[in-house]
Design a protein around this ligand. Sequence first.
Ligand code: PEP
Ligand code: MG
Length: 576
Amino acid sequence: MLKLKGIAASPGITIAPAYKIGKEEFTIPKEKIKEEDIPLQIQLFEEALIKTRREIIDLQKRIAKDMGQEEAEIFDAHLLVVEDRMLIEEVINRLKKEKLNVAYIFSEVLKKYIEVFSKIEDEYLKERIADINDVGRRILHNLLGKERKGLEELKEKVVVVAHDLSPSETAAMYKKNVAGFVTDIGGKTSHTAIMAKSLGIPAVVGAEEATYRLNNGQLLVVDGSLGEVIVDPDEETLNFYRQEEQRLKSIAEKFLSTRDLPAQTLDKKRIEISANIELPDEVSVVKLYGGQGIGLYRTEYFYMNRDDLPREDEHYAAYRYVAQEMRPYPVIIRTLDLGGDKFLSPVRMPHQMQPFLGWRAIRFCLAQPEIFKTQLRAILRASVHGKLKLMYPMISGIEELIQANKILEEVKQELKTKGIPFDPKLEVGAMIEIPSAALTCDLLAKEVDFFSIGTNDLIQYSLAVDRTNEKVAYLYEPAHPAVLRMIKNIIEIAHAAGIWVGMCGEMAGEPALMLILLGLGIDELSVPPLVIPEIKYIIRSITLKQAQEIAREALRFSTGREIEEFTQRKLREILR
Ligand code: PEP
Ligand code: MG
């Protein structure tokens, strides 16, 4: 029996065998070939190149149609790789000399190219590494002639073990036989972890060397609440976790008793409890757990796991569905927030040294107004089918906000001219997730109807801690006095300006810290669907006055750890 310690990313307990997934380059076979097989291997290589070329041209055509010629031309660099005579000749020469299978030879040549390019001190050439890598994978894929084994094929429940999973890979686990996952790297508020929570899959990230230490088929217990993985548990341990699973289930049932009741304190202060979703299908789960709205619909997942851009009608159908399903409750659609750790999509993001500080979210949308407008049009059109609101991510100052609102106004005018109906009172909000926005929220308040505090980013930017990096996860502290002071200010300023303020970062769903938020006067909490019953239950067990006293006391401590311990103690007292 072995125990791996990682970061608790998504709560719950799961018991299932390990299923390792790796990157393609690790599974390329190395095989000797005979002299007479050389022509066949060359032919395979040529066919793979032709097939790859065709794929790139198709992709290019689709992008030209969806985004414009300029964006499509980015793929010219990919075509150059497929047609690179030097690369092709090197593969063929080595094939003849070394007599090894062509997939292996090609992967070796590719590695060498990437190594050479990495050493060159030239930003442009460094950018080309991503192109070579991309095309190289495509060619290898076609050479090996097989699809990467999809999660669809899983016949029994497994725990996926991987070095890393992208948010889009996690999204692809929806409704598949994945009972949990464990990764070598990652942080608590990485989008991979957030997605796991949304899907209700227990997960441990940052479990160092998990892929190295675990074997396929080994029985695992994933404790996503404590961040532990037990490997090959003995009978006694297994019984313990089975009982623990039952215990958690009965607690969850107790919390669920609040499903149809309002989130109201004992002295009748009402808070809106809504949910964060990534996929439209999740609304059924939100309703099941008693959510009274959607406080954050992360629409960027719409752009992932596909080759083309979503068309306006597809956006419209999804937003209309969510609006209708949630009626009469509100749904806040967040405009596209690609970039950061969310990138695998038809929108080709350039390689960035600091993706979280780079071309992301509203910055991307303002630079690509056509993509932005398509989404805004769909939101407006769908707004007549329910209570939709929209908000912009990553606002750093007033100018961006004014610019975004100007584009929104243009789209409204366009619809008016065409006689297409929309809700003229549609509320517009700004996410407060950058310290500069937090510090100028008095100015921002003049341009919007509400704020939603995005603590996942606000914490990473305020404390200078990468939210996806397990090495600095210990510094990622929602209870840090700096974070709490900032939140207090935002709420006070929003209220003074006469607008409401919610929170949609993961902190809103942390039961102990939520007590402080309640005391500080937050109006809305948007949390992962599964957490709704617990949060509601706690709110219904406390008075606003008690929460205000907790917030006051908490702000007197000088460290996050003290605040965390203090609020945990208070929470235990309340639930007792
Ligand atoms: C946040 O930053 O807190 C947030 C809710 O947005 P995301 O996690 O999608 O960056
Ligand atoms: Mg954010």
